[in-house]
Design a protein around this ligand. Sequence first.
Ligand code: GPV
Length: 716
Amino acid sequence: GGGETSVRVERMFGLMDRFLKSDPSSLQKDILDHVEYTVARSRFSFDDFEAYQALAHSVRDRLIERWHDTQIHFKKKDPKRIYFLSLEFLMGRSLSNSVINLGIRDQYADALKELGFEFEVLAEQEGDAALGNGGLARLSACQMDSLATMDYPAWGYGLRYQYGLFRQVILDGYQHEQPDYWLNFGNPWEIERVHVTYPVKFYGTVEDENFNGGKRKVWLPGEMVEAVAYDNPIPGHGTRNTITLRLWAAKPSDQIDMESFNTGDYINAVVNRQRAETISSVLYPDDRSYQGKELRLKQQYFFVSASLQDIIRRFKDSHSNFDDFPEKVALQLNDTHPSLAIAEVMRVLVDEEHLDWNRAWGIVCKIFSFTTHTVLPEGLEKVPVDLLESLLPRHLQIIYDINFDYIEELKKKIGLDYDRLSRMSIVEDGAVKSIRMANLAIVCSHTVNGVSRVHSELLKTRVFKDFYELWPHKFDYKTNGVTQRRWIVVSNPSLSALISKWLGTEAWIRDVDLLAGLQEQAANVDLHEEWRMVRKVNKMRLAEYIEAMSGIKVSVNAMFDVQIKRIHEYKRQLLNILGIIHRYDCIKNMEKSDRTKVVPRVCIIGGKAAPGYEIAKKIIKLCNAVAEKINNDPDVGDLLKLVFIPDYNVSVAELVIPGADLSQHISTAGHEASGTGNMKFLMNGCLLLATEDGSTVEIIEEIGEDNMEFERSRLK
Ligand code: GPV
């Protein structure tokens, strides 16, 4: 009865009507409770890693409180939600970022000190979540932080790979790849949602079925796996808004394959079921290059299908008419990787919700926007028709139907220009008939956005020229950004303190434009002095790390000249290395007396090569061979050193960027869609050596010509 319920509810509120407190002794109690009950260690004997685990769990509790409040708030408000679909998120570590965004970092540091622990030391215990390759994936992570901070009702959706991006080990100068089984020691930053699961279907056939006097298509799938949600709370800074990154893991489904259990081969039946988990087992490490692999396509559909079931379920919780869908749902496609979502929404609306085709199409055209991150042709996904037909036969039909209607419309607009029609078709009739995922995404999205102004210009004038001429209104760009929370506050605490001191406010942590206020102090010598000290401390940290990793001793009085990013021909690490060889040669050939004029330099290069990218791997070997030569030449000494930093990742970037004096962004002009490293170095006060490519062009405008030197070589 009601009486009993209200007693129970009252009791529950009595126990829960407070938020966890953040004074030192409450924090200490929470940490020690987690040592004892979560980590299951004695509170009198636990090591740094166990302390980190307990600390992380106490932070997690605080995240969960806010996360619940955020869910309740948005459920009541029912705003239009942003769904960011991405196959990659490079989150790195979560501890420091979380406590800083929650505004309780100092409280934790004080609480730990009394227990005999250093916050920074414990933070170092955390491994990186490396569920992505490079810039695209780190951009996703920065965007989540900003969406949370700016109070958006946003969700990120992706895959919970068991193996993240491979670890890079250098042996005899060569890159070797080792698996990154990052979940080995548990992951306190995720919450497994055993009840948030959806079936995802593959293979099978499509049959015609009688329906209301007509025919309709039914897909009879041949395989089914279960998607289980893992929620990663993302706290905003200076707000209680805590949004969700929901990652899907594949589990065997109970609903199918009972057949094989009845045949008596019990062991094999279990083993076969287990194979379902391979779908979410490993991240593809190829950056910007697409191969038509079945497993990759399966990953894409798996995550798209589960995410859309979740999104549609949430919509249906408070709505019954799909015409309202575009008012409540925005789907952002992070590159073409999730573009099967387009066909999947059509399939659900038409086959499962029984909307007629045109009504469903009207809805689809209003909900998708597509971000593209490259102009390189090898980055454009083309899915072989044979592959799609066997894995997702109904989706192939839907894509053909979309293409048919679209080409008919197109003929009316541009006439029978067959060259152009075939270029613009979603289906490519080549040696291998395939689906052009970018064309699908452009046709079905209301906005196609580039990641910098020049990138967008190249899309309009070259890569997608035909489409731009047809639909100029669709083309837009949002120049990439990075979050100053991670790239200044987390990674460079001393600079962060300096900025707040000289600006007289911490408001810049939420509003990056306020950094411009420092201009008023540009000539202040006290500020210069403090700034130099900050740089020096960061360089010392970096020098220690270099020595620990490679045994190479570097002088902090030298200029630290850094190039860190994925290894790619277009990014021209080779040009950098040739420059270093030249510099070495110059020093060697110099009069001894002239050497005093040389600015000592430590060149630092770091980055991973895709395991199958031979030239990139050779560039790494070359770098290490040149380093070997230079670093062991006593004649050159501290005037020149070259260090290849192994296993470059988000945490290494957090260490290297604050210690850099000069950073290189020297891609062949027209090739780097945006670049985001340039911004991270810049906001840490580093000089950039750059080509006019991607977002660097806009950086030049922002900093003004007073703050740059132009060097233009012209071919005569
Ligand atoms: I396509 N990018 C990436 O890291 N991986 C990819 O597969 C593709 C693009 C990068 C671009 O190369 C960068 O220029 C850009 O700044 C970044 O995506 C984020 O937009």
